[in-house]
Design a protein around this ligand. Structure first.
Ligand code: ADP
Length: 493
């Protein structure tokens, strides 16, 4: 309304001045330029963002039952949400309402799902955005968007006759990082300040109760002001699922899929250590796609195993290495596999020389049951498996190649972990103040000792490397069972 009145007055003024004989050309040019700039800025979303227009603003139909493997997080969240439903008692007891809940954890673990389910659980409207949407080069834009976000949430709730609204801010670390650290810090700081102002302004007896749920993987990066009582009061950890969590998530995502009899989701959960919920969803989807490509009507174990490789390593590539390169890759992978099987019989899951993602070939291990603590022996055995690829190349082909770069990096990291955790000859040390030469000697001591063990072992089984390489090159991919039947005699003998 105000805009229209202003426009009318401006227009009347221009006409009046033109009639009075003023030269209006400079004013007209100025007005036109300002109009064009305003239009461009608005059309690119530089000034304002229409949060209500995003599909996420529509009330989602996700329930807590649709989220697997996050029982602890769900219970903590529900406990906090129950406050929203019981406003009268909160007021009576004089409890400060919860204004913000921070979900912390790696990507793809279900933080967005939890926020959506929270909206369903509390019968609230849901408005979602990401921290990056607030960051523009133009001063004041971020702060304006924060105001608009809260306004949108309230308006939507009133329109839908709801008592509460949940605002979900993904990647809050982008907008809520420690103040004064960013190069264009003034704009970042203003945006964060505005968020704090809006949160401080939330009252229990507001017409619409607003709860901010934010997600981040880097809670340590957040400005301490955000974590103060009265702002993000509650922190809920949303971790990667453990084995039983993975079974639950796989069950959820396979609900609508026809599975063959040989599919065992518990076994599949064992194969997928370190997978997030998003990985598992992708795994179920990819295996269905593979089954469809083959013209099947059911998804079999083979489809799932192939999909695990795809989700882990990326799409199979058409790139075809030369014959000599392929042979080198095969020798390298067989080296890894022999060492792995020697250390933990039954640990090789697949061995392949078809390029996928960044890798020319790979050996995939069946992870042990989820483990969170490692002994020195365990870490050393991991180093042995990592080194075995390049040691096999040296033994069979007379030299090493650049293909082992990544293995060495990981081996050095693992050796560093042994030192850091006080399991090396140096005893308990502060890695920060450890002289570099001392650290270097300890590191290379650990690695050289493991390399020697690997060399002794592979020399002992050298003959079988050639046999397996021959079959691997012909088949392109062999299963762990097939590998074991080829090598068992040599490994146990
Ligand atoms: P985040 O917000 O933590 O990055 P999302 O909630 O966006 O992760 O999850 C992405 C997708 O992954 C979801 O749409 C869902 O299909 C799947 N997913 C993630 N975690 C779970 C879970 N715990 N249970 C079921 N599905 C999940």
């Amino acid at each position: 309304m105000l805009k229209e009145i202003g426009l009318g007055i401006g227009l009347a003024l221009v006409i009046f001045m033109a009639v009075s004989g003023y030269d209006m050309t400079p004013f007209l040019i100025l007005g036109l330029t300002a109009g064009v700039l305003f239009y461009v800025a608005r059309s690119r979303g530089m000034l304002a963002k229409n949060f209500s227009a995003t599909p996420a603003a529509v009330r989602p139909e996700i329930k807590f039952d649709d989220i697997g493997g996050q029982n602890t997080a769900i219970n903590e969240l529900k406990e906090a949400l129950d406050f929203i439903g019981d406003q009268e008692r909160i007021i009576k007891l004089g409890i400060r309402p919860i204004k913000g809940i921070l979900l912390t954890g790696p990507p793809g673990t279900g933080k967005t799902l939890l926020a959506k389910a929270a909206a369903g659980y509390t019968d609230s409207v849901f408005v979602a955005c990401s921290g990056s949407e607030f960051i523009e080069m133009y001063a004041g834009v971020g702060a304006q968007r924060v105001r608009q976000l809260f306004q949108t949430a309230r308006n939507n709730a009133l329109k839908q006759k709801k008592r509460s609204a949940i605002i979900f801010i993904d990647e809050i670390d982008i907008l809520g990082g420690k103040r004064g650290q960013n190069t264009s810090h003034h704009e970042y700081d203003q945006t964060l300040n505005q968020l704090l102002v809006e949160m401080d302004g939330l009252k229990i007896n507001d017409k619409v109760m607003v709860l901010v749920v934010a997600a981040t993987n880097r809670a340590d990066m957040l400005d301490p002001a955000l974590l103060r009582p009265g702002r993000f009061d509650r922190q809920v950890k949303v971790d990667l699922p453990d084995k039983s969590g993975r079974v639950e998530i796989l069950k959820l995502h396979c609900r609508n899929k026809p599975l063959a009899e040989d599919v065992d989701l518990t076994e599949l959960a064992r194969e997928t250590f370190g997978f997030s919920g998003a990985h598992l969803e992708s795994l179920a989807n990819e295996s269905a796609i593979l089954a469809m490509r083959e013209g099947g009507t059911e998804i079999g174990k083979g489809h799932f195993l192939e999909a695990v490789d795809k989700v882990m390593m990326g799409e199979k590539l058409d790139r075809r290495p030369s014959c000599s390169e392929l042979r080198r890759v095969a020798v390298h992978e067989v080296g890894h596999a022999l060492m792995s099987e020697k250390i933990r019989p039954g640990s090789v899951s697949t061995l392949t020389v078809s390029p996928r993602g960044q890798a020319l070939g790979y050996m995939r291990q069946v992870p042990e049951d989820d483990t969170y603590l490692h002994t020195r022996e365990y870490l050393e055995s991991q180093i042995q498996v990592l080194l075995a690829g390049s040691v096999a190349e040296e033994l069979i082909l007379g030299g090493r190649s650049t293909g082992a770069g990544n293995d060495f990096e990981q081996a050095v990291q693992t050796a560093g972990q042994i030192i850091r955790c006080g399991m090396s000859e140096l005893g308990v040390v502060d890695p920060e103040i450890l002289p570099p030469d001392l650290r270097y000697r300890a590191l290379s001591g650990i690695i050289k000792a493991q390399e020697k063990k690997v060399k002794d072992f592979l020399e002992h089984v050298g003959e079988v490397i050639g046999q397996v390489v021959h079959i691997l090159l012909a088949e392109e991919k062999i299963s762990g069972d097939c590998f074991r039947s080829l090598t068992q005699k040599h490994l146990t003998g």
